[in-house]
Design a protein around this ligand. Structure first.
Ligand code: ADP
Ligand code: MG
Length: 699
């Protein structure tokens, strides 16, 4: 790889068009996948490799499983079913034949295959008259690239239709990347050689060469490991910087429990669980430390987080300072408000509720009392972060169901105090490896024990033809004085179709199925006062069956509700179903959760079966994570995780822990990254992670 002396050498920051083989048209297509510079191109990694380890002979294919096949094109043509036109390409290797079928993009795909071509296809194996793959991923290979004959490892790149249409298939990518290296001698490493040998990491230049053209199978693993390490390292460095900034903030001390806490404690209708007692001890240590509390309280649905929130609030309010409790929905805010009022009725803890539906004049009075510190505890929704909501002395912020809020929303509430303590609560159980990245700058407390007074909840997936059994069970429970939720999917509040279905479902249930029962209906688009009335009626036991969209998903606490019917359960995510199911079984009575499956095929059946078998939220979250990936689950984008290419927040536990240790140790010794050996690290941080540096001071 001697740089050609007649062409000027290439820099990482040069536009990708400087690379041989890329003209304006291809540059445009590359820009659409985020590749603008030479560096971007080097960081556009293969999605997969073809090597001896992972190619399956056609005779060894298993129906229903995904596989990569290396074969020769022996025929192709347009065919017709009764209704549709499709392209069929027939492949063969020594062991058998395989048909590949496309229903879309027929014209341009057909042009790419010629009889005699060597190709690699990857897809799920099906059987329909013969072995076939529908819409497989495909790559054309050069004659000397057959890993089975040449022992080479061939990288396959993530190709979009846009790229492939401009001729940027894997074969072209391999050439283009090679062309880069012809004019680029090396890439400087942000890690010193000492650091690399300490953590067993290969050099960056070599890594970037090997990831695109591995010399051996061992190198594919080493290169991936190094690049994953880099991704985790910089995220953890951000966490370390945030953590350092927080540790520097002064935290107001609240060393005493105070009389209000003791009084509330005495009047609790139950004993705290051991886990609750432990968490209270952790919170008290924060209040005594002189540092700002920055704590995440994790606890499965029903583990009793609300009472912790109240006790923490009472410690602060007992010292005459103010507390804000923010919940994601009006229903939940109202419920907290009612619960808090009930539990504080014998003590002097001035308490108010502020939501989007608080009437104007009342709102003005609350704001006035808030500014003059006549209200010490304010419960509410997003309404709390409005500009004109000003506290006299806000010292503690509690965010319930915190995963429902963005970092910015939390930040805006924090700005209303001077270094207020933060207690964030969530029932979305986050696997440990993910948590140290996602909440890597927070301390965590876990409620890992359920209150003792809980019965068993059984879950069953039900087919539509068994629906009568479901309704019968509902009647039985109601006859015994219990109550029932019927949930309809409403994926977004703007889905008018879904809302119509829920409303029709409600009419059907009220008028035809349960004419002798009281059936209520609630959805997110109702006015605040209406919602409140419906919830109050249900809570008071006046309504037997509550038909609802997912507005009851979070937090709702009605101990007498023992049965839940979820319509079109296949449309819900597992974590969401777990949250919903958490609305029942909140007492010794236990409960029944019936998931009505009206579609979604085998895949949905497999997913829903997980609900039948697992009741632990952490395990369900793990399964959900495997099925959906972290992005969708945790609103990962706002944390800058979109920079992740190879890193896997779930399965890279070992790398994450190593990278975290190294990053925290660097910031410990050199908080501003001012030492000479840390300059290159600082440079990468400033260049690539600029947008994530907002909460961090680094001089
Ligand atoms: P979550 O953690 O899901 O927010 P909640 O705080 O709503 O759970 O608590 C669920 C129910 O359990 C509430 O009715 C609450 O009063 C009750 N509860 C909380 N702690 C205990 C306890 N230690 N023993 C018995 N019941 C409890
Ligand atoms: Mg709750």
């Amino acid at each position: 790889m001697v740089p050609n002396s007649s062409t000027p050498s290439l820099r990482l920051s040069d536009p990708v068009q400087f690379v041989k083989g890329i003209g304006p048209v291809r540059a445009q297509a590359l820009e659409e996948v985020g590749v603008k510079t030479v560096e971007d191109l080097l960081y556009y990694f293969p999605r997969r490799y073809l090597d001896r380890r992972n190619v399956t002979p056609i005779s060894g294919l298993r129906i229903g499983e995904a596989a990569t096949v290396l074969a020769r094109v022996v025929g192709q043509g347009i065919r017709y079913t009764r209704r549709r036109k499709f392209l069929q390409v027939t492949l063969t290797d020594e062991s058998g034949t395989l048909a590949c079928v496309w229903f879309h993009g027929i014209e341009w795909i057909q042009k790419r295959f010629h009889v005699g071509d060597r190709v690699a296809v990857h897809g799920k194996v099906e059987f329909y008259k013969h072995l076939q793959m529908v819409h497989p991923d495909f790559d054309l290979l050069e004659l000397d690239e057959d890993p089975l004959n040449t022992g080479k490892i061939v990288p396959l790149y993530p190709g979009t239709a846009g790229l492939k249409a401009k001729g940027l298939d894997s074969r072209r990518f391999r050439r283009v990347v090679q062309a880069c290296w012809d004019r680029l001698s090396s890439v400087s490493d942000h890690f010193s050689s000492d650091f690399r040998s300490q953590y067993g990491l290969p050099d960056l230049s070599e890594t970037l060469k090997q990831i695109h053209a591995p010399d051996s199978e061992e190198w594919t693993d080493r290169a991936r490991h190094r690049l994953k390490y880099d991704e985790h390292f910089f995220l953890q460095l951000l966490m370390a910087l945030r953590r350092k900034a927080l540790d520097d903030y002064p935290g107001r001390k609240f060393p005493e429990l105070g009389p209000i806490v003791s009084e509330i404690y005495r009047s609790l209708p139950f004993q705290l669980t051991d886990a609750q007692v432990r968490v209270m001890r952790e919170l008290r240590a924060d209040f005594q430390s002189g540092r700002m509390m920055n704590r995440l309280l994790q606890g499965d649905v029903g583990s009793g987080k609300t009472v912790i929130a109240l006790l923490a609030a009472a410690i602060v309010a007992g010292a005459e300072a103010q507390v804000a409790v923010m919940a994601p929905t009006e229903i939940l805010a109202e419920q907290h408000y009612r619960a808090f009022r009930e539990l504080t009725k014998d003590v002097d803890l001035p308490l108010e509720l502020l939501t989007g539906s608080t009437p104007k004049t009342e709102r003005a009075e609350i704001l006035d009392a808030l500014a003059s510190r006549r209200v010490l505890l304010l419960v509410g929704t997003h309404a709390l972060i409005q500009e004109d909501v000003a506290f006299g002395d806000l010292a503690l912020i509690i965010v319930d169901e915190q995963h429902r809020f963005g970092v910015m929303q939390r930040g805006r509430l924090m700005e209303k105090g001077v270094y207020p303590h933060l207690l964030a609560m969530t029932a979305t159980p986050i696997p440990r490896t993910l948590a140290i990245t996602y909440h890597g700058d927070m301390d965590t407390s876990v409620l890992d024990e359920m209150p003792k007074n809980r019965g068993k909840v059984t879950t069953r997936v039900v087919e539509p033809d068994e629906i009568d059994i479901v309704y019968q069970l509902v009647r039985q429970e109601v006859d015994q004085g219990r109550q029932c939720f019927v949930i309809f999917p409403l994926i977004s509040e703007s889905e008018t179709g879904d809302l119509k279905a829920a409303k029709e479902g409600f009419h059907h249930l009220r008028d035809e199925i349960f004419p002798s029962l009281e059936v209520g209906y609630i959805h997110g688009r109702m006015k605040g006062t209406e919602k409140e009335a419906v919830m109050e009626a249900f809570q008071a036991g006046k309504t037997h069956v509550l038909v609802s969209t997912t507005v009851v998903e979070v937090g709702i606490d009605v101990a007498n509700a023992t049965i839940m019917v979820v319509e079109n359960a296949e449309r819900f995510g597992l974590t969401q179903l777990h949250q919903l199911r958490g609305r029942i079984g909140r007492s010794l009575l236990g409960g029944h959760c019936l998931l009505i499956k009206r579609g979604g095929g085998d895949e949905a059946a497999r997913r829903l079966a997980i609900m039948e078998n697992i009741s632990n939220g952490f395990e369900i979250a793990d399964e959900d994570l495997k099925l959906r990936g972290p992005g969708e689950l945790f609103g990962v984008r706002q944390h800058g995780f979109e920079k992740m290419r190879l890193a896997n927040l779930v399965s890279d536990g070992t790398i994450i822990r190593a990278a975290r240790k190294a990053a925290f140790s660097i910031i410990n010794q050199d908080p501003n990254l001012s030492r000479r050996e840390h300059q290159p690290i600082k440079q990468v941080l400033m260049q690539k992670y600029r947008h994530q540096l907002d909460f961090v001071t680094i001089s």
